[in-house]
Structure formats: structure tokens, C-alpha cells
Design a protein around this ligand. Structure first.
Ligand code: GTP
Ligand code: MG
Length: 325
């Protein structure tokens, strides 16, 4: 297999995500613009974005601080195009990675046409929400309050939550949804459209994301590590792709899981390699769905002490401080 063919496979895969050449729409008064999803960690931003575009691009987990980079996806319909930005949860940063994540989220506020602020279904407005309210007060961008996870509460209580939030900020709209059950998705799409300017679409109509395939693959591996590992270990993990070779029927992938301590390395590998095998086979299934080919996945584990506080290593692992794009 020559390098050309291997690269061609990756390029074709990328083209499928990018929408490929051509596909220009006949545009008459189309709407087109950017919507950012912000909120505290774990409120369901990534789940909601995946539900809105109908495809899994952003990884999700029940552990907070899952998303680390700004992720751009595209929703296109007859009316126009919404470019979504999924962002890391806004939290009190404890290291340089945390600073980077919060900056990736907060820097979107003034760059978009509409902000979706996701909150838990509750009338308790804590310090985390108050910090976000202060940030939102600084921008002129319209804010849609999205009360997510309504499948977990009684419908009667929704009005209390809406009232509590309405007192805090002048929202353009307040929409209750369940991202998990895909409840309220069309209402939310229609509502976002109202706040977008008229204009040409930014991307071809088949484009789903501008995330490179390699990055999605690395994220899928990190997602499985997040799901399989407990306590503080997942927060200290990064994944790098060493190589990805597209062959005729198969994709060969070699990846490294980076962790912060020797003791973590032992846990990630597990007894006779059992944990690493579990992470690998779970990730392989998802990657196969993404690349639509059989995948041969080899995983390694390496220790890089305190990488979350090293500018050099952060950059190396794809978290580029100062450049959140
Ligand atoms: N019951 C219920 N759970 C939800 C809903 N939306 C998301 N979740 C769950 O909430 C958890 C967090 O979801 P994510 O989408 O990863 O949250 P996030 O806001 O992107 O989190 P960070 O990336 O850490 O900021 C996951 O376990 C989801 O399954 C919902 O509508 N209902
Ligand atoms: Mg997320």
C-alpha cells in the first residue's frame, strides 16, 4: 500500500466530514450565522449539539470538564445554516489547561450571532451561574436560555425555574429541552434562526464539522478512557494519534494515552492489560462507525508529569494557549 493511497483514504474521509467540493445552494434570502453553546461543565452542551446536528461529533460523559476544545459543527436546512460552537464548561480553572478551556468558551461570546446558555433544571442560581451572568451582561449578543434535562424533573416545576432565571438577565428566549431524549430540538432550531442575519451559507450543505478526522478519533479514545476510569485519572489524560493509515478495507491506527503519574499508568493498563483492552475495544467500535471501515487500533500509555501546567506539552497535545481556534 503506497502512502498516496493511504493519504487518499484519509482525505476522502475528511471530505465526507467537510462536505467535499461543489454543493452550492441556490440561495434566496437564506439565514446564516454562528451560535455558541456555553454553560457550566456537565449541563449537556455536547449532548445537545450532537442532537441538534443529528450526529456524534463531540464526546460526552457524566464527568465534568469533558470538552476541552472549541468544536465547530454545521446544521443546514431549507431556511439556512447554523454553525454551532460547542465549548468547554466554564469553571474555576486550577491549571493552565483549565485556563485554556475557560478562555475557549468565554472568547466566543462576542464573536457569534446568538448565545445558547445551557443550565440544569433548577431554580438554584449558584456562584457558577452568577459568574456566567456577569460575563453575559458584558455582551450585546442575544442570549437564549436553554433549560436542559427536563426529562429529569416534573413539568409543573419548569415555570419556577423560568421565573428564577428571568429575574437575572434579559433573555431573548427561554426554551426548555431534553438533549438526551431529543425533545424540543426543532423549537430550538427555529428559535436560533430568528436571531441569525440573512446571508450566504459559510459551508457546503453536506458539511458536518471542520474537526480533522484524527482529532475526532483521539477524542473518541479519550471518551472511553473517561468512561472506564474513575477519580482524578481521566482529568489528567490526553490522547495523541501517532499514525493513521487508511488501507483498502482497514484503517491502522496507533495512539498514545498520556497520563500524569506512574500509578495512573498502571491503572490505565490494568491487570494483564485488561483495562487498556477494554478502552481500546470500546473506542474501536465508535471509530469504525466514523470511518466506515474495519479498524485496527494499537494503544500505548505514557507518563508526562504535570503536562496540564506545561505550555509546551499543552501545545503538543492540541491545546494551544493563546489560539483557541
Ligand atoms: N437526563 C438527561 N441527561 C442529559 C441530558 N443532556 C445531557 N445529559 C447527560 O449529562 C452528562 C453530561 O453531558 P455532556 O454533553 O458531556 O455535558 P457538557 O455540558 O458538554 O460537559 P463539559 O464538556 O464537561 O462541559 C452526560 O452524562 C449526558 O448523558 C438530558 O437532556 N437529560
Ligand atoms: Mg462537552
Amino acid at each position: 500500500m503506497t502512502d498516496d493511497i493511504q493519504n487518499n483514504g484519509e482525505n476522502k474521509m475528511q471530505e465526507r466530514l467537510d462536505g467535499g467540493p461543489g454543493n452550492n445552494r441556490q440561495d434566496k434570502q437564506l439565514k446564516s450565522g454562528f451560535a455558541t453553546l456555553i454553560g457550566r461543565p456537565n449541563v449537556g452542551k455536547s449532548t445537545l449539539m450532537n442532537a441538534l446536528i443529528g450526529q456524534k461529533i463531540a464526546i460526552t460523559s457524566k464527568k465534568p470538564q469533558t470538552t476541552r476544545n472549541r468544536i465547530r459543527t454545521v446544521y443546514t436546512c431549507e431556511e439556512g445554516q447554523i454553525v454551532f460552537l460547542d465549548t468547554p464548561g466554564i469553571h474555576k480553572a486550577k491549571n493552565k489547561l483549565g485556563d485554556y478551556m475557560v478562555d475557549a468558551a468565554e472568547s466566543t461570546l462576542s464573536e457569534v450571532d446568538v448565545i445558547l446558555w445551557l443550565v440544569e433544571p433548577s431554580d438554584y442560581i449558584g456562584a457558577g451561574e452568577r459568574h456566567i451572568i456577569e460575563e453575559l451582561k458584558k455582551t450585546k449578543t442575544p442570549v437564549i436560555l436553554v433549560i436542559n434535562k427536563i426529562d429529569t424533573v416534573k413539568k409543573e416545576l419548569l415555570l419556577t425555574y423560568i421565573d428564577a432565571y428571568r429575574k437575572e438577565l434579559d433573555f431573548a428566549e427561554i426554551i426548555p429541552v431534553s438533549a438526551l431524549k431529543k425533545d424540543g430540538m426543532q423549537i430550538l432550531i427555529d428559535c436560533i434562526m430568528k436571531y441569525l442575519p440573512y446571508g450566504e451559507p459559510f459551508y457546503d450543505e453536506d458539511t458536518v464539522t471542520d474537526q480533522p478526522v484524527r482529532q475526532i478519533v483521539a477524542e473518541l479514545i479519550r471518551e472511553k478512557a473517561l468512561r472506564c476510569l474513575e477519580e482524578e485519572i481521566p482529568h489528567g489524560i490526553a490522547v495523541t494519534i501517532e499514525q493513521m493509515k487508511f488501507k483498502k478495507k482497514l484503517v491502522d491506527i496507533e495512539a498514545t494515552i498520556i497520563c500524569e503519574k506512574d500509578s495512573h499508568k498502571g491503572i490505565i493498563i490494568g491487570k494483564q492489560g485488561a483495562m487498556l483492552k477494554k478502552i481500546g475495544s470500546m473506542a474501536r467500535r465508535d471509530i469504525e462507525e466514523l470511518v466506515e471501515k474495519q479498524v485496527n487500533l494499537k494503544l500505548w500509555v505514557r507518563v508526562k508529569k504535570d503536562w496540564r501546567d506545561s505550555d509546551f506539552l499543552l501545545k503538543n497535545f492540541g491545546y494551544n494557549p493563546g489560539a483557541t481556534e
